[in-house]
Design a protein around this ligand. Structure first.
Ligand SMILES: NC(=O)c1ccc[n+]([C@@H]2O[C@H](COP(=O)([O-])OP(=O)(O)OC[C@H]3O[C@@H](n4cnc5c(N)ncnc54)[C@H](OP(=O)(O)O)[C@@H]3O)[C@@H](O)[C@H]2O)c1
Length: 457
């Protein structure tokens, strides 16, 4: 696969809805500054913050500048000064049609809207922006189950054509995640080895050491299954197990991901739910909250290459360490079958230390015929024309490229996987989904799944 140097092809007017919020401050402003500093914005542009909060242009520029200085290590003063001249604020009501009309009058170029707002405001914004001029970037999670996602899709389609809509999962902006597919198909030994004949199991982990960090109103409604598994981790699973797309187009990539996601099978009763100690007494969380902050599950794929291979998925908050990874454990052969030697593993560390390790075994030299682990490892952190995940995604959206965005079909296929888990409480009684309490700083509740944990985990 070729790496392309991207640069925005046209002048644009970007409107960030919810510009006073945490996503804008933590991710979007630093990413926009990065695009300017890395000379990726070749044409003129405008950036508008839109929200109910009262702010003048100057106050909003100060807010933007503060966010950049807080999140960027070495600020290029010239780039920052330049981007600040392009920034404006528009105070408006999400459900006031007149405010959208007024806003449109200030936009000089082709408009693109970034919905950095809670989903309750989506309908009003769709209605306010309706028409063929706009491009729309919408953050995951898209809906809260299959039914609500389909309703949202119908609503969007009332006002916009599919090519105007960019459905964002920020994991797809991570170079290490895109690399999963490239690795398999650029290396013939992996293309052959990653198959049911050789693979004992696959383990996908996204462990966080941080707790919900005050995001009670968002997290308690969503839980870890919807927040992490429905999109991020099923996307990783799809990239790692799907067929190579026939072409490098967004449609071909989305088609293969959808095909794979439709083959995911799960026993909803096998899902382990956990909640870290103290979650229910945090500010904004109901005392009897059943929201899971940890989940572990086993899925299988009804795919000729993967039939019978268990795939374990886990994700949680307030755990011992941050670690996002894909681990492939190979089937034991020869000495591995007879003795106590470890199986071979391929360990792909996606964050925080992007690296790939192959775990092999070697004999200790001399008289002893004793096996010892031999780990070959190499960092895979991005070393080309790299951008942060939101920088990469924003630039792709500005250029109208959709290969790093989700398609509606794959989102619906993911909800079809998750929905039966969500319905377990209704079908089998509330006790079924009562989370097991686990200690902060632990590895979450015990389960019968097979996990490889690095020594420092
Ligand atoms: N933060 C993240 O890291 C993250 C990660 C993945 C996905 N997301 C998604 O990105 C979107 C934005 O996230 P966020 O964390 O920035 O959200 P947020 O801080 O809760 O809200 C962003 C802004 O939306 C406006 N808003 C409009 N209606 C609102 C309402 N009913 N309640 C609260 N705020 C309302 C507020 O601005 P005004 O009052 O000025 O209008 C607020 O500052 C959400 O859809 C979220 O699911 C966020």
């Amino acid at each position: 696969m070729k790496t392309e140097f991207q640069s925005s092809a046209h002048p644009f007017s970007l409107v960030i809805f919810g510009a006073s919020g945490s996503l804008a401050r933590l991710k979007l402003f630093p990413a926009l500054y990065e695009l300017e500093a890395e000379a990726r914005l070749k044409h003129d542009y405008q950036i508008f913050g839109f929200g109910r909060s009262a702010m003048t242009d100057t106050e909003f520029r100060d807010f933007f500048e503060k966010s950049v200085r807080e999140h960027v290590e070495h600020v290029d003063e010239q780039a920052l000064t330049k981007i600040l001249t392009k920034i404006h604020y528009f105070q408006g009501d999400y459900d006031a049609p007149a405010d959208y009309k007024k806003l449109e009058k200030s936009l000089k170029y082709k408009p693109i809207a970034y919905l950095s707002v809670p989903p309750v405001t989506f309908s009003s914004i769709f209605k306010g922006l309706s028409g063929p001029r706009w491009k729309l970037v919408i953050e995951k999670p898209f809906g809260s189950d299959l039914k609500s996602a389909q309703k949202l899709q119908r609503e969007l389609k009332k006002y916009f054509k599919e090519q105007q809509i960019f459905l964002l999962d920020h994991y797809l902006g991570k170079e290490a995640v895109s690399n999963l597919l490239a690795l398999r198909y650029a290396n013939s030994i992996l293309t052959d080895l990653l198959h049911k004949d050789f693979v004992a199991n696959i383990q996908i982990s996204a462990l966080e050491n941080k707790d919900i960090e005050g995001r009670a109103s968002y997290f308690d409604q969503v839980g870890i299954l919807r927040d992490m598994v429905q999109s991020h981790l099923l996307q990783i699973l799809a990239y790692f197990t799907m067929h190579a797309p026939l072409q490098e187009t967004a449609a071909a990539i989305q088609h293969e991901k959808t095909r794979l996601l439709k083959m995911v099978k799960i026993d909803p009763k096998s899902v382990i739910r956990g909640q870290y100690q103290g979650y229910a007494t945090e500010k904004g969380i109901a005392k009897n909250s059943m929201t899971e902050t940890y989940a572990a599950l086993k899925v299988s794929l009804n795919h000729p290459n993967w039939k019978g291979v268990p795939i374990y998925i886990r994700s949680g908050k307030a755990l011992k360490q941050k670690w996002t990874s894909v681990v492939v454990e190979f089937k034991p052969r020869g000495a591995q079958r007879r003795g106590k030697v470890e199986p071979n593993r391929l360990v792909i560390d996606l964050q925080p230390n992007e690296k790939i390790e192959f775990h092999l075994l070697t004999k200790l030299g001399g008289k002893l015929f004793d096996f010892h682990p031999l780990t070959t490892g190499r960092p895979i952190y991005c070393s080309g024309d790299c951008l942060s995940e939101h920088g990469r995604l924003l630039l792709s959206a500005l250029e109208g490229k959709k290969d790093l965005f989700l398609g509606f079909d794959e989102i619906m296929a993911s909800w079809r996987v998750l929905d039966p888990i969500q319905k377990v409480c209704t079908l089998f009684g509330k006790n079924r989904c009562k989370p097991v309490i686990y200690k902060k700083g632990s590895l979450g509740p015990k389960d019968n799944f097979k996990w490889f944990n690095p020594k420092d985990l």
